[in-house]
Write a protein that binds this ligand. Structure first.
Ligand code: PEP
Length: 246
């Protein structure tokens, strides 16, 4: 059976004391056996989180990964480095990286391939801006973003997790309605179906102001297999409520 996945994206938040108290509160909560849970933390805290999460049901994730194996790429973090700290997931192509760091579909596809080759599950983000939605381009945009990743990764595509994150809903408090989200998830599922016979087993997460109050309705949609959670992942009770809803 396909387990749901709830992944927290801490973004550029955290600190030694903060990490300790948040993880202690998460560990005191319940992770149901039919739900995978991960926290994607800033790179400098991977070692700290590996220690804090040891023996728990919560997996460790990174927020990005280099498309290169090693060498003269100042500031980049390689898959081998992530593996040293037990990282299981890496967010790839988050809209904040596409927007602020100029990450192209090509770079996102290469990062996905690099993560897969290392045995790290990439959580590949796709999503349209508000202007694109208003111009009726939502499907075209998310399909273009996913097609690039499928093109480069071929049959390995079945090993990725996809996250649909409408840019206008990220950190804005505006959530896609369950119907709006399901509509795009169904489009992505159909695209995956054309690429692999394992599409039904793949997880497509929704991300964009998912919170304790709206999670249950979103997660009840047939093609929503979990959530990528930003703001609400920094508050243990909210994150645990979302996990319980899954
Ligand atoms: C995100 O950053 O991936 C995200 C979904 O953020 P938020 O939940 O805060 O909208």
């Amino acid at each position: 059976m396909k387990k749901k996945l709830i992944a927290g994206n801490w973004k550029m938040n955290g600190g030694l004391a903060f990490n300790e108290s948040l993880v202690a509160a998460l560990r005191a909560g319940t992770v149901p056996p039919d739900c995978d849970v991960a926290v994607c933390v800033p790179a400098p805290y991977l070692a700290h989180l590996q220690t804090l999460l040891a023996g728990s049901a919560i997996a460790l994730g990174a927020q990005d990964v280099s498309q290169y194996e090693s060498g003269a790429y100042t500031g980049e973090v390689s898959t081998a480095m992530l593996k040293d700290f037990g990282v299981r997931y890496a967010i790839v192509g988050h809209s904040e990286r596409r927007l602020y760091h100029g990450e192209t579909d090509g770079a996102v596809s290469a990062k996905t391939a690099r993560a897969l080759a290392a045995g790290i599950t990439p959580i590949v983000c796709v999503g349209e801006t508000l202007a694109e939605r208003e111009a009726g381009q939502t499907e075209e945009v998310v399909k273009r973003q996913l097609a690039a990743v499928i093109h480069v990764n071929g049959h390995c595509i079945s090993e990725i997790v996809v996250a649909y994150e409408p840019v206008w809903a990220i950190g804005t408090g505006k959530t896609a309605s369950p119907e709006q989200a399901q509509q795009v998830h169904a489009v992505l599922r159909a695209q995956l179906h054309a690429a692999t016979d394992r599409s039904a087993l793949m997880r497509i997460l929704y991300g964009g102001s998912m919170n304790a109050a709206n999670a249950a309705q979103l997660l009840a949609q047939p093609d929503i297999d979990g959530g990528l959670i930003g703001g609400a992942a920094l508050k243990a009770p909210d994150f645990l409520t979302i996990v319980a809803a899954a």
